[in-house]
Design a protein around this ligand. Structure first.
Ligand SMILES: Cc1ncc(COP(=O)(O)O)c(C=O)c1O
Length: 463
């Protein structure tokens, strides 16, 4: 396929229909690096700048409206700006409350209880971002075990904090490299990368380093690594190995938490980690994250912990921000009360998309396979990844395949397919994204019709 001409035609169309966004972008770059604050939002040639987001849709400065499957980094399970949260916050703001106060607030206890009972853990502490929460959890694991090594899976993204910036997306015969400058000296040697969902590799890493491993941190449903569920036996083995070697198992549920049912993915696997991390959905659209887990580990952030064991997970001007706590509480209660309607619906729609995209591209002679299939783990998987393959494989099963440029075509996914879908009125990410309860059957069908037209159009560029 003549990808160069196709991309150049798509960019030409995109620029024509996004003149105001282009001008905002150009002005923004005078003040901000690449015109914004989060690289994933700043796709090439320039992002569209939103002026209104509601339910399934986003409207930009040029008046273009898209059905959005990015949905706030997959946090928005109920779509953009759900009325229940807006009402709760507006009511509070009307009463002159909701901004930060520096006091614990009367909703925090209720949210803590709700999450702990739902997940099945002893104690919880809130903070503001998934990144901070993974960092604190690792500090606690290192303090608790008095060990230094952190094991993580290749392709795992746990935020930009020093203990996990290795083996994420940079493929070099595997995913094993440090991916940021400016990290503490010697950190490379303290992070051991293992292959996602490969039992043998995990066993080997524990055999080699077991008595030095503080924790194994894992997304059982790997997000940036390709929307892939780990095998059930792998998670069970991870639990056995961490117990055997007295290391801690940390399950990162920042994406998976409340995404596949009104609880954690750990509950679907039937595995109880020592610590877990929640973020995204638990804030109901506001910044909130949490570390939860075993009493004895969480106790390390108690001000009365022994000074030599105490972990400085004890600050944050905006930790458990009252507005975030109220939004999160409102949101999670709604998800729990409406679990039976929400999750089967979004899972069914995502299934239709995965099967539809696989079939459409195959019918037009393209080697494309969706990821996100829940198989026997999550009956209602609402995430859809689309992988454009250079190799003939039946299913993409590992982040190494996703990030190996000889296996998956990243440019085709993140530039050409992205711009093709935008031209059709759909904003996608990782190839497609996360279905929300605000999406309708009609929008899902329309997105598949769009994929059909795109596949036909691409065929015109075949050499
Ligand atoms: C699995 C996972 N962990 C941690 C993070 C970091 O969370 P945050 O972006 O809230 O800092 C992310 C963010 O996308 C994530 O997907």
């Amino acid at each position: 396929m003549d990808k160069k001409s196709l991309l150049s035609d798509l960019i030409h169309d995109y620029e024509k229909n996004h003149q105001k966004s282009k001008s905002i972008f150009e002005k923004s770059t005078e003040y901000q690096i690449r015109g914004g604050s989060h690289n994933l939002r700043l796709f090439a040639p320039f992002p569209f700048y939103d002026v209104r987001c509601s339910g399934s849709k986003v409207t930009d400065a040029d008046g273009n409206t898209y059905v959005d499957f990015w949905q706030g980094h997959f946090a928005n399970i109920l779509g953009h700006n759900p009325k229940i949260v807006l009402d709760a916050l507006s009511d509070w703001f009307q009463k002159g409350q909701g901004l930060t106060t520096g006091f614990p607030g009367n909703y925090q206890r209720e949210l803590a209880e709700l999450i702990l009972k739902r997940i099945g853990a002893d104690k919880i502490r809130f903070t503001t971002s998934g990144t901070l929460a993974t960092m604190y959890s690792i500090m606690m694991a290192r303090a608790f075990t008095k060990r230094d090594l952190v094991v993580k899976a290749g392709g795992g993204w746990h935020g930009a904090q020093p203990y996990v910036l290795k083996g994420i997306t940079a493929y070099d015969h595997g995913l094993t490299k440090i991916e940021s400058a400016g990290l503490p000296f010697g950190i490379d040697a303290q992070i051991v990368v293992t292959k996602f969902s490969e039992i043998n590799d995990l066993e080997e890493k524990f055999r080699e380093n077991g008595d030095r491993i503080a924790c194994f941190i894992l997304e059982p449903f790997i997000g940036a690594g390709g929307f892939i569920f780990a095998q059930r036996e792998y998670i069970q083995r991870a639990r056995e190995l961490t117990l055997k070697y007295n290391s801690l198992l940390i399950i990162d549920e920042v994406i998976s938490g409340f995404r596949f049912h009104a609880g954690g993915v750990q509950n679907l696997y039937g595995v109880k980690p020592d610590l877990s991390i929640f973020g995204k959905a638990i804030g109901g659209g506001m910044p909130l994250s949490a570390v939860l887990g075993r009493d004895d580990v969480m106790a390390l952030c108690d001000p009365e912990a022994k000074p030599e064991e105490k972990v400085k997970f004890d600050g944050g001007t905006f930790s458990a921000h009252p507005g975030s706590v109220l939004a999160g509480l409102t949101y999670l209660k709604y998800l729990i009360e409406n679990e039976e309607e929400i999750y089967p619906k979004i899972g069914r729609l995502a299934d239709k998309v995965r099967k539809g995209i696989d079939e459409i591209f195959a019918a037009h002679g393209f080697n494309v396979k969706c990821t996100g299939y829940g198989d026997t783990i999550a009956e209602n998987s609402s995430c859809v990844g689309v992988q454009f393959l250079k190799e003939d494989i039946d299913r993409v099963r590992s982040p190494e395949q996703v990030w190996n440029p000889e296996v998956c075509d990243f440019e085709l996914r993140e530039q050409i397919f992205k711009l093709s879908m935008l031209k059709e009125g759909f904003n996608v990410f990782h190839g497609y994204g996360g279905i929300s309860a605000a999406h309708t059957d009609e929008e899902i069908q329309a997105s598949l019709d769009a994929v059909e037209r795109i596949a036909k159009e691409w065929n015109k560029y075949k050499k």
